[in-house]
Design a protein around this ligand. Sequence first.
Ligand SMILES: *[C@@H]1O[C@H](CO)[C@@H](O)[C@H](O)[C@H]1NC(C)=O
Ligand SMILES: *[C@@H]1O[C@H](CO)[C@@H](O)[C@H](O)[C@H]1NC(C)=O
Ligand SMILES: *[C@@H]1O[C@H](CO)[C@@H](O)[C@H](O)[C@H]1NC(C)=O
Length: 268
Amino acid sequence: MSAYIVGVLVPLVFTFILRNSKKDKRRGLPVDVGGEPGYAIRNRRFTDPVTSAWEGISTLAELFEQACRQHPNKRLLGTRKLISRETEVSVDGRSLEKLHLGEYEWLTYRKTFEAVCSFASGLAQLGHKSGERVAIYADTREEWFIALQGCFRRNFSVVTIYSSLGEEALCYSLNEAKATTVICGSKELKKLVDISGQLDTVERVICMDDEQPSNLSLVDRSLTWNITSMAEVEKLGRENPIEPDLPLGTDVAVIMYTSGSTGLPKVK
Ligand SMILES: *[C@@H]1O[C@H](CO)[C@@H](O)[C@H](O)[C@H]1NC(C)=O
Ligand SMILES: *[C@@H]1O[C@H](CO)[C@@H](O)[C@H](O)[C@H]1NC(C)=O
Ligand SMILES: *[C@@H]1O[C@H](CO)[C@@H](O)[C@H](O)[C@H]1NC(C)=O
């Protein structure tokens, strides 16, 4: 008799407990963020949408500064210098390029932060004004990151452009974004000079490589750009430091033209 009762009661009690605990486990609650209702969900443990995992940090500039303060002596950026390139032809006739790279050379958080602060000051000293946009047009590398963080510290919105972007799309992106400063490598600088006549807003170019392409014949092309190397900009900023002009969480940090930006937009 009692075995029957247990046999009925136990599953009932378990079902009840499970049903309740399932209700507690509901992790998402609908939240109104404008737009069509029912699509936005928030974690039930938070009352507002979470914008940052760190208290008091609401921008990338603040986050970077905090990281540098916490880990000054840790390695942040590693670069291997290109020693030589050689092309090997395999048995089936295909040629393969082999790169010989040196050992990693590291920048610590502290050194990177110093470079970022100098670059930020130098960029402003060079004449880039607040409200104007900076385009970074290069492969990912140490200088890319320093330039990006430098712009964040001055509340300059950054336009990132893939170094493989075609001429037409490159021209379109720079004009559409109204970039006044372009930061690039020497390989990209050549491409820029080729389309310089069609660029409406560019006033200055900062080249990441110290040795700029010698044969640009800039004068011939009546180029009005001020071309500086990244090292010169950092030096200018080191010698004339200015206070940062940090953005708010609502300011635009980056406008990205990605590998999806293959050409001109398909809309009219
Ligand atoms: C380029 O910028 C440097 C540094 O501000 C300035 O001294 C120089 O006159 C500028 N050159 C041109 C052509 O604007
Ligand atoms: C950052 O720059 C934008 C664009 O110029 C400007 O609207 C905004 O007020 C600036 N933010 C701060 C905190 O100065
Ligand atoms: C540099 O330009 C000069 C004059 O246009 C030309 O004669 C020379 O071949 C060029 N050198 C290279 C390495 O392209």
